[in-house]
Design a protein around this ligand. Structure first.
Ligand SMILES: *Cc1c(COP(=O)(O)O)cnc(C)c1O
Length: 425
């Protein structure tokens, strides 16, 4: 499918008068339509809730949009819990799916009424010691090990993933928890990442539903919810067919009726924790071409770098690029599109066929709405960009300002050094 940006050259030319590049911009309309589709796709399940994975786009304005669609929030750290809480998420509306969790974070999660999703059997005692008791409702993360295979091949390698309880530990853990007085249980698993196929959730659901029936039969635990977690992907590449959330929801419903309903478990709530699917396609990194370089290869240097979008450097991930105003020009040039870090992996694209790029052209790097800005860092003393929201009425709202050198040096405040900095820039 052809990938078109949700902004035009004219819009960006106007926006940069107020907010210079680079910045991430999010498409409110796209986010809303998608959130609505997710809600509808699972509306057959009365207890359904999407716990938006905050780590994908930890911005209160994005969180606020998700709230409108009844989403809860999946958090993995103290600051994510703080964010979700401050946005009004109440009892049961926060899922705390962390791992290697510090005691303080369990305490905070419990205090704000988050559902704790344990990553490991040893955390049963750790949590009990930390809180002095166990919560009434608890979830356990399951990892069956091995390879996760589907009809189109190996999807991922849970056997090599650090997360979750083994099958044996899951049964033992449920027995322990029940003995210790836990009343309601959840099961969670994240077995494959960025799956671009409508089969993933239904297949995962089958695995979890079958275990849930066994767990309920063998341990007597009351299973209140099954959490399919994240992993529903997006088509980063133009040749990929997007997932259809309606087909996915319907696929999960079928398995629910085949496995859970006959076992008398027709009131189990289905939860999801999608991040990428919720916001990924509805964000873009906008950057300006500031240099060209002709050496052993043809380079275009832009004013964004890997600190603004780490996925290409970190995973070799593909992000589609559109040169604004040249959407219909022939892609007859081969470029490496680079940032300015002193790291040779700081390249947004390698050997990419693009239209001829001139200095000053705006490049839209697609699909940065999830795990984009959020993965940012400050290597080379680079500063994080602003985040903008393109509202449905066409207005642009600043939803996070760009970092300044003051922010960068803030952690030296109170030390003599801070006073020696020249901020007159
Ligand atoms: C990252 C993560 C998610 C969201 O994953 P996506 O691929 O963005 O959907 C959900 N749950 C947990 C526990 C995660 O770590």
């Amino acid at each position: 499918m052809e990938k078109r940006p949700f902004v035009t050259k004219e819009q960006i030319a106007e926006i940069v008068k107020t907010y210079p590049t680079p910045f991430h911009i999010y498409d409110e309309k796209g986010i809303r339509e998608n959130a609505k589709a997710v809600k509808e796709a699972f509306s057959w399940n009365p207890g359904f809730r999407e716990y938006f994975a905050v780590k994908a786009t930890p911005n209160p304005y994005i969180i606020d949009i998700m709230r409108e669609f009844g989403c809860g929030f999946d958090c993995s750290s103290l600051t994510e819990l703080m964010l979700a809480r401050a946005m009004g998420a109440g009892e049961g509306e926060i899922m705390f799916s962390s791992n290697d969790t510090p005691a303080k974070e369990y305490e905070f999660a419990d205090r704000i009424g988050a559902i704790i999703n344990l990553d490991d059997i040893t955390h049963i005692d750790f949590l009990e010691q930390t809180l002095g008791r166990l919560p009434e409702t608890i979830s356990c993360r399951y990892n069956p090990g091995g390879l996760f295979k589907m009809s189109n091949g190996i999807m991922d390698n849970p056997g090599d993933a650090k997360y979750g309880f083994t099958t044996e530990q899951l049964f033992e853990g449920f027995r322990m928890l029940k003995q210790k007085g836990v009343k309601h249980f959840g099961i969670h698993a994240f077995l494959a990442s960025n799956t671009v196929t409508n089969e993933y959730y239904p297949m995962l659901a089958k695995i979890l539903f079958e275990q849930a029936v066994k767990l309920q039969n063998e341990t007597g635990a009351h299973i209140a919810f099954i959490n399919l977690s994240g992993g529903v992907g997006i088509p980063y590449r133009p040749d990929q067919e997007p997932n259809d959330i309606r087909v996915i929801g319907e696929g999960v419903r079928k398995v629910y009726e085949e496995v859970l309903v006959p076992a008398g478990m027709g009131n189990v709530a289905i939860y999801t924790e999608m991040g990428r699917f919720m916001t990924g396609p509805y964000g873009a990194l906008v950057t300006t071409a500031i240099h060209e370089k002709h050496t052993h290869k043809e380079y275009i240097g832009v004013d964004a770098c890997a600190v603004n979008l780490m996925r290409p450097a970190m995973y070799g991930a593909y992000h589609h690029i559109t040169v604004l105003g040249k959407e219909n020009a022939p892609c007859d040039r081969k470029y490496d599109v680079t940032g300015s870090l002193c790291e040779n992996n700081d390249k947004f694209a390698l050997d990419r066929m693009l239209p001829e790029i001139e200095i000053g052209d705006y490049l839209v790097i697609h699909d940065t709405g999830a795990h984009g800005f959020a993965m940012g860092y400050n290597y080379n003393g680079k500063l994080k960009s602003a985040e903008l929201l393109l509202k449905e009425n066409g207005e642009v709202k600043l939803i996070r300002r760009a970092e300044t050198p003051q922010d960068y040096f803030r952690t030296f405040d109170g030390l003599d050094f801070y006073g020696k900095l020249d901020f007159n820039i």
